[in-house]
Design a protein around this ligand. Structure first.
Ligand SMILES: [Fe+2]
Length: 425
């Protein structure tokens, strides 16, 4: 099994091994025995399930490769799930080098080829780029930066504020390259989501008005911040209401995969969530899934059903900057690039049987492809709604014993990409 030593990424030139570490020859010999053992294990196919419901898979704890995506990580568990059609599906849970977990079909899992120098090859997909750290010199400059209060132009951040913030921010060291990294993570090939790690700045400043101006400044580097809700401020609280519908954003239960404002003709291009406080009891992991990848795994007839204008969800009133109510809508092929989906409609909307079944299949594929992670204070999650759907694992039990002002708190902000839909429209 790879040791922590192997998990560090090193260059080929870094051998010979550091003092005290096993020699390269010894590591290669151990590796070849490991690979032989794993090949035997793989030949067996599937494995018994323990009383805890987890498969006794011999690769649990080992570094594995998902042959479908080429991504590698540590296999943390293999579970079985029953699909609607009675098929039992084996799900592999894998944790990448950066701590982000995702799931894949256990049938596609094999022991990762051992390489002495680069044991944790960076996955070739977007996962390596999910978290974006702020360079320390930029953190120091931002903590001291006095940005003025923002102004609004209707529902949108005023252009003059965007320009003012950009002038101040681009004068700080390495801001422009950090903003470019963020934009690339959101709009580059295979991209569509990012977590900007503003935790050190949040710790130094507290998450008050000054911090929100900085976060707004970063957001404005991506697209135009706006509020679709006339009664709410630009940043909308998503706290915890223990008596509310548990599946809603401020509920305490599992919040299934969805896009925000799914039933609007112009949903926000980006939805963003700033973590003020995680669940102090340790629940409420954020979940993301690549909607296009999930759709690509569906059979053709299911995709055809999802392309029919036969879906609806929720109510629509008093919303600004998001077009009109869209009802019914097609999940796929609406001509705007969205996978217009919320798994909540499976329970909350009356759908025809075949359309509901296709939606259920998509919901299952989203879960199979999901990544999950815990937002920390100051983490700023930005999701491109055309590419990724989002949700939340249930909060930990016992929320009623947590003081309301200590419960999980996120702040939400929406972004509009196209200037033509913005304040000048
Ligand atoms: Fe949401």
């Amino acid at each position: 099994m790879p040791t922590p030593e192997h998990s560090r990424r090193t260059s080929p030139a870094s051998d010979p091994s550091p003092p005290g570490a096993p020699s390269r020859a010894l590591r290669m010999r151990a590796a070849s025995g490991w690979v032989r053992f794993m090949r035997r294990a793989e030949a067996v196919g599937s494995y018994p399930v323990g009383p805890d419901g987890y498969e006794r898979h011999p690769l649990v704890g080992a570094r594995v490769r998902d042959t479908a995506s080429g991504a590698e990580g540590e296999l943390t568990a293999v579970t079985r799930e029953l699909h609607g059609d009675g098929r039992e599906v084996r799900i592999a849970h894998i944790r990448g080098e950066n701590g982000v977990e995702w799931t894949a079909s256990a049938d596609n899992i094999q022991a990762a080829p051992f390489t002495a120098h680069v044991a944790w090859a960076a996955p070739s997909d977007r996962r390596a780029d999910l978290f974006i750290d702020i360079p320390s010199e930029l953190e120091a400059a931002l903590i001291d930066l006095p940005l003025p209060a923002w102004r609004m132009d209707g529902s949108f951040l005023a252009k003059s504020t965007t320009e003012e913030y950009r002038t101040e921010l681009t004068a700080t060291p390495r801001f422009e390259e950090t903003a470019a990294t963020l934009r690339h993570a959101l709009t580059g090939e295979g991209g569509g989501c990012a977590v900007l790690r503003l935790g050190n700045i949040a710790e130094a400043m507290g998450i008050g008005d000054r911090f929100l101006r900085l976060a707004t400044g970063f957001a404005a580097e991506v697209a135009v911040p706006f509020s679709p809700f006339p009664r709410w401020p630009l940043w909308k609280d998503i706290g915890v209401k223990i008596d509310k519908d548990p599946g809603k954003s401020s509920g305490i239960g599992y919040n299934a995969f969805h896009m925000d404002l799914v039933n609007a003709t112009l949903p926000p291009d980006y939805t963003t969530l700033l973590c003020v406080r995680p669940d102090p009891l340790g629940g409420g992991h954020s979940i993301l899934s690549d909607a296009h990848a999930a759709v690509a795994r569906l059979p053709e007839d299911s995709r055809s059903l999802l392309a029919e204008t036969a879906y609806h969800y929720g109510t629509f009133f008093d919303l600004h900057g998001v077009g009109e109510e869209y009802k019914p809508f097609p999940v796929l092929g609406g001509g705007d690039g969205f996978v217009r989906f919320t798994a909540k409609m499976l329970e909350r909307s009356e759908l025809g049987r075949a359309h509901a079944e296709a939606a259920r299949e998509l919901a299952e594929e989203l879960v199979r492809g999901q990544v999950s992670f815990m937002l920390k204070p100051g983490d700023y999650l930005i999701v491109a709604q055309r590419r990724f759907l989002h949700g939340r694992e249930a909060l930990a039990g016992g929320q009623h014993q947590v003081e309301p002002d200590r419960r999980r708190l996120l702040l939400q902000l929406f972004l509009r990409a196209s200037a033509s839909d913005g304040p000048t429209a």
